[in-house]
Write a protein that binds this ligand. Sequence first.
Ligand SMILES: *[C@@H]1O[C@H](CO)[C@@H](O)[C@H](O)[C@H]1NC(C)=O
Length: 475
Amino acid sequence: MRILTAILVIGALAQVLCEDSNTYKAAVVEYFPKKIDGNLNEVVEGRTNEYIEILSKIGEKLDIIVYPESTLLTGVVVSQSKLIEEAAIVEVEDVPCANEKNHQKYFVNLSCAAKNHKTYLSVNLLEKVKCEGEKCPHGWWMYNTNVVFDRTGKIVASYRKLNLFGENVEVPKPMRTTFTTDFGVTFGMFICFDIMFKEPALEVVNQGVKHFLYPTMWFSELPFLSAVQTQYMWSYENDVVLLASGANNPKKGSGGSGIYQGRKGPLTTYMSDKEGTKVLIADVEKVWKYSEDNEIVETSKEVEDVDGLLLIYDKLEYYNTYNLDVQQREYRFKISEDFECNFKVEARNTEVEVSKKSYHYKLVAYSGERSFSGVATGNVQACSILTCTDESLKNCGHRILKNEDTYPIKFDRIEIEMKVKENENSKQFPNAIYSNLKPLGSRNVDWKENGRSKVISLKTPGEPFITFGIFGRVF
Ligand SMILES: *[C@@H]1O[C@H](CO)[C@@H](O)[C@H](O)[C@H]1NC(C)=O
């Protein structure tokens, strides 16, 4: 009993000593994998050395750094056996930096980098696990795995991507990985396409975890699922921190990173058509509470172009639509007993001359299945106002390029309600972006959920959005 008391006192003391700050310093790396001539081994070595150089150049003491999905290995076409050779053996509690002979050199180097820079370090790689039997033709299972080293280079957590996107690796048993840091924060993690699913991401949210690592290689889609738009809506709706690190390859459509403080807003985001590596750093609050006077207003000096970013577009031909009519204040789509969209809109024509460079607007509603690039299917819901580059539906969600966009209609009021069936296997998100693919924040948008009814409204009249509405998933 006395021992127990002593332990409790020491425990309490340690807590007091460590929790002197309500913030931790996080970095996410939007990494552009430059082409490296050479075999797989040389490519991975080159990329690893770059990863570590990026960390060395940061020049601030970090608590955690997150690298994106798949960028150690991308861009090399090799045989399965070469990939197996290069894949890592991942065991929690192992310290590759102190156990060199059992690991590939790049994995050792990453573990040592965490130790040398005294930071938690999250890296995504290919993991291999020995297997036997018929279903195991090469002798190894391969997984898309995220590994976290602590400040001593020890592996403290690993997570295998569950919701694969056409990747030639195994589907693992679901893992709800979490780990607790020496700065008192517990993190969950998931990878890329996982953000669209309940297992494991939302299940870990339901366990009460408030901070998440998110390595991704996301191919932005309009009107609802460009990279930062998706990251922000997930962080906002769940009111959790998301450290999102995106693989940069804008000509192929991937990119987009950010550090998000739940409902308080994004601390920093990056969405650009520039090929290149970019490090985002922020002081993240461990505990926070959103209120109107403490929301974060992101102030970035650099304005990034996104015209050169390759975008994909959702197929809107299945959607129900109305053209916006400035005379009409209410629109209703009753798709079924379980799904409705109700719009209240006050809009007016402005003096802006209507030209080819002016947006048209449609109100859209949809509930049903869709395909994700032919690779996966899922059920989605949408009630939204969209801009279109002409009167046709197929050009809704498209951007006007070269900053030549004009918005001849001003919205004085928007209130959009989505009425859904109450279902713990569905989730709805406020979803609104500007033409630069950055989200409208808490200052501009109000969001209320009340049983079956989900309502987004515009707080700041006249915002020049390209998407404003609600996006949902039925799992
Ligand atoms: C490991 O680190 C050493 C020393 O910085 C470097 O020379 C080497 O290229 C690295 N190897 C790999 C495979 O990353």
